[in-house]
Ligand binder design. Structure first.
Ligand SMILES: [Zn+2]
Length: 361
């Protein structure tokens, strides 16, 4: 391989690494351009482990802004605080007298036998830990209301929409110029090198690349000025990286996505996501909160109550969210939480820690 080819492969590899976003296992990204048309980007199964995972963001032009969302990790129940672990079949409920949250930057340990929970940033970790301490001190009947008040901002659909569109606007030129650099680096420069080798034509193509990168560094400094939103730490150092290193230059807009302080609940993306995508996510999250062991004798838990209120406010048909797919025929027996089918209704669902089965009407 020639030096040029080695360099090209190294850049392609480093660029793909730049396209990965590492998040807590229960979080994911929502990305797009126009309101009502954003998509979900979930953690890749092969890059998941030890409580974190990587999401591959859009790596081809046009590059997209992305906001991070995360379901609620702690829910107060009568017997204790439930710690919700993504993808786990077991339930972790820490009795209230054992609840004593310990924060370690972006991680929170509740106490007892519960696993550690990772958050997107330290602000989010501190806010949840503080809320849990506050719920512990309250009498049982007040906890549901305190939970509803605490999670309300994460379900504020117009605010989440504004957050996404503001990020889109702030990073528009950086992403456009990033597309240019991406195409010029992997198509323009490569073709010139392949065609002319180490001659002045290739040097000219590289010169143009440097010009685009200089432009990107200037655009970055303009977009990161304090008057344009949240302050960017280390902005001059980052601008230097953008000036000299193509993968950083292409992905310069990502810096702004990482500044996001409030982490919405996925349902809060009602106005950003495509309707069908939102419905699917909402159905899954709703079923997991609504159908707990003990259903239907118990009332809504704190999380289901907050969601029900949100659905009513936005006139969402809750029955439609509970309807199983056509895979389950009329008279079929199924678990209302995970939609697994059963032949007999005499045992509760084995995967859902004992949720009573339902017969389809
Ligand atoms: Zn089930």
């Amino acid at each position: 391989m020639t030096d040029g080819q080695t360099l090209f492969i190294a850049f392609a590899f480093l660029y793909l690494l730049e396209c990965l976003r590492w998040l807590p296992e229960s979080a994911w990204l929502v990305s797009g351009h126009d309101s009502g048309r954003w998509k979900e980007r979930r953690i890749l199964e092969i890059l998941r482990g030890r409580g974190i995972g990587a999401v591959l963001t859009r790596w081809l032009p046009p590059l997209e802004p992305a906001i991070t969302v995360m379901p609620w990790p702690f829910v107060p129940r009568d017997s204790g605080l439930e710690v919700i672990v993504a993808g786990s079949k077991s339930r972790f409920i820490v009795p209230w007298d054992e609840v004593s949250p310990q924060v370690d930057e972006t991680k929170v340990r509740i106490g007892g036998e519960s696993p550690m929970v990772r958050f997107v940033n330290a602000t989010q970790a501190a806010a949840w830990s503080e809320a849990v301490t506050c719920w512990k001190a309250l009498p049982t009947e007040k906890r549901t209301q305190a939970f509803a008040t605490f999670v309300r901002p994460s379900l504020d659909a117009p605010a989440v929409e504004k957050m996404g569109l503001d990020l889109e606007r702030r990073t528009r030129w950086l992403r456009f110029n990033g597309d240019l650099i991406l195409m010029w680096l992997f198509m323009g420069v490569t073709v010139m090198y392949w065609r002319f080798g180490d001659h002045w034509q290739t040097l000219a193509a590289l010169g143009l690349l440097l010009f685009f990168m200089l432009q990107q560094a200037v655009l970055f400094l303009l977009a990161s000025r304090a008057k344009n939103g949240a302050p960017v730490p280390w902005r001059y150092a980052k601008a230097l990286g953008i000036l000299f290193f193509p993968p950083l230059s292409i992905r310069a807009a990502d810096t702004f996505g990482r500044l996001q302080e409030t982490i919405p609940h996925p349902l809060g993306c009602l106005k950003l996501l495509k309707e069908k995508v939102w419905q699917q996510t909402a159905a899954e999250i709703w079923r997991h909160s609504r159908f707990l062991p003990g259903w239907p004798t118990t009332t809504d838990g704190a999380d289901a109550a907050a969601m029900r209120k949100f659905f009513q406010k936005h006139k969402i048909d809750i029955a439609a969210l509970e309807t199983p797919s056509d895979r389950i025929p009329a008279g079929g027996i199924y678990c209302p939480r995970c939609h697994a089918t059963y032949l007999k209704a005499d045992t509760p669902c084995v995967d859902c820690a004992g949720v009573e089965l339902k017969t389809r009407d």
